[in-house]
Design a protein. Sequence first.
Length: 358
Amino acid sequence: MDIEERLSLIKEVGEEIITVDELRHLLETKPHPVAYDGFEPSGEMHIAQGILRSINVNKMIKAGVSFKMLVADWFAWMNNKLGGDLEKIRVTGEYFIEMWKACGMDIDGVEFIWSKDLVRQEGHWKTTIDIARASTVQRILRTSQIMGRKSTETLSAAQVIYPCMQAADIFHLKCDICQLGMDQRKVNILAREVGPKLGFWKPVIVSHHMILGLLEPKTAYTDTDDRLLDLKMSKSKPDSAIFMTDSEADVKRKISKAYCPEKKVEENPILEYCKYIIFEKFDVVEIKRPEKFGGDLSVESYSDLEKSYVAGKIHPADLKAAVAEKLNELIEPVRKHFATNAKAKRLLEQVRSFEVTR
C-alpha cells in the first residue's frame, strides 16, 4: 500500500487522530512505526477488548505498524483491581493473552509486554518522576478517567502516580503512536505536552471509539468524562456488555433487553455493535421480518442498515435478533476454544473464581 492507503486504513481505526499531518509524516519517514495499547487484567474479557480490539490491531498491522500490547499488571495493582492481588492479576493477564489468540488477533504482528518487566527497564522510574515533576497535581487529577475513575472519586497516592507511569511507558516502549481508546486521550495528551520538554518526542494519538454499554444511558451528567464512563460497557455491570465466553442464551438475553430506541442512531448500542463489529466481520446481515412488514431483508452495509432503521423499515426487535445471531456466530469459536483447550479452560475457571472490583 502507498502512504495514503495506509493512512486511510488507520483513519478507520481512529475516531480522533492528533494529528493527521503528523501521522502522514511518520508513515513517510518510518517504514514500520510502533504503536501500543494496554489493558489492566481484571475479570473476564468483553467483546470490545476482544473482537473489536483485534479488528483495530489487525488494521494497524496491515497498515505497516508494529504493535505492542501492554499487559498492565502493575496498573491493575495500583488501581486496586482484583483487590490488588498481583497473583490473580497475573493469571488474568495470561487469560487476556490467550483470549486475544483465540479471537482473531494477528498475533505474529504483536509483541506482548508486561508492566512488571517494563518498570524494571533502566531509567523508567526516573522518567516517571520527571513527568511528575513537570506536572501539577491538578493536571494529573484531570486524567483520572483513564483509570475508570470519576472526577468526584477520592484517589489513592498510587492512583496519582498511575498517569505519570503510563506516560513514561510510551517513551520506554519507544512508541510513535498511542493507539488506545478515547477514554485514554488525556494521558496521551499529557505525554505530548511533557515529552519534548524531557528530551523525548511528541507521540501521535490514534484514539479508537468506545462502544456503548447495552443499558439505557442516564439523562443528566455534571461532567463530560463521567458521562463517557457511564456510557461505555463495564465489567461491574455484566448486562452492559457481551463477554467473550457468554453462552448463546446469555447473548440473546442481553441483546433482547438492550437499549435500542426506535428510528434513533445517537446513543444506540445495538447500531454501534453493527457498525464497529458486525459489518467489520460480515458482508451481509439478514434481518428476519414478518411478511406483513415486508419480509426478510438482506443488508450489505452499515450505511444501508442505518438508513433503513431511521426510516422505520427495521424494527428494534428484528434488529436485535439479527445482532444476537451474528454475535453468537462470532464468539462460538472462542467458546469452543475455552471449553476444549486445557490451558484456556483452566485460565477461564480461575478468572471466573476471582471477585471483580472496581
